[in-house]
Design a protein around this ligand. Structure first.
Ligand code: FE2
Ligand code: FE2
Length: 228
């Protein structure tokens, strides 16, 4: 029973992470295209967002290898379990896929809003990883601990480009109500959706990896990715 509980908990945790890592780097693809169009000469901004994208894909691959070693597929979770999906949905009234990234990037107001959403999401992710690194079930899994340590190390460079842009362009910092939405999304996932998931006997597993449809897509070879 204890082994079942532990495996179920870790499989659900890994499934939420692999969904969010995949969501992260695929969403940045479109964002990066739009940033390159608006600021083609801002090599610093492009390089830091590109590094963010490469890190998220590296995280995704680490979780995929972790599942492969366990010999199971992740649970089939959708955008309801994506922190950034919920945040973008609330702040822009649109799913990430339907969001017109070019329109957002071309507008200082909308891009600033998106920068705050990404920055809050990354900072939330960093705090969550610090909690998980002290969680007994996670601590008992050496490979998972290694993955979370890499994420903990990478995360601060993920919010930096967006905070830097806001500072350089006179954008305001996140207000209390934006932080409250971030907390609400996190609480909803942790205290409502996760327990329901855990107790759902019909929860099925994926039959294909999240990146199966885009494996043919060329991946930018950045140093971070090359060394992953
Ligand atoms: Fe990540
Ligand atoms: Fe991240």
């Amino acid at each position: 029973m204890r082994a079942w509980f532990r495996n179920r908990y870790l499989d659900i945790l890994g499934s939420i992470y692999i969904y969010n890592e995949h969501r992260g780097y695929t969403a940045i693809d479109d964002l990066l295209d739009a940033v390159r169009i608006r600021w083609p000469d801002d090599h610093g901004l492009i390089a830091t967002i590109d590094k963010h994208r490469a890190d998220e894909r590296k995280h995704y691959q680490m979780f995929r290898r972790w599942f492969e070693r366990r010999g199971v597929m992740p649970y089939a979770l959708d955008s309801a379990f994506g922190h950034i999906d919920r945040f973008v949905g609330i702040m822009f009234g649109s799913s990430i896929d339907s969001l017109d990234k070019t329109r957002v990037v071309m507008s200082d107001t909308l891009f600033a809003r998106l920068c705050r959403v990404i920055s809050l999401t990354e900072k939330r992710g960093h705090r969550q990883v610090e909690i998980l690194l002290r969680h007994p079930l996670v601590m008992a899994d050496a490979r998972l601990m290694k993955i979370f340590r890499v994420i903990e190390r990478d995360e601060p460079s993920h919010w930096a480009p967006y905070d830097d842009w806001l500072r350089a362009h006179g954008g305001r910092e996140a207000r209390w109500w934006e932080r409250a939405i971030d907390s609400f999304i996190h609480g909803e996932l942790l205290f409502l959706k996760l327990p329901v998931l855990f107790l759902n006997p019909r929860l099925g597993r994926r039959t294909a990896w999240p990146d199966a449809p885009d494996v043919a897509r060329p991946i930018a070879c950045t140093p971070a990715l090359a060394s992953a």
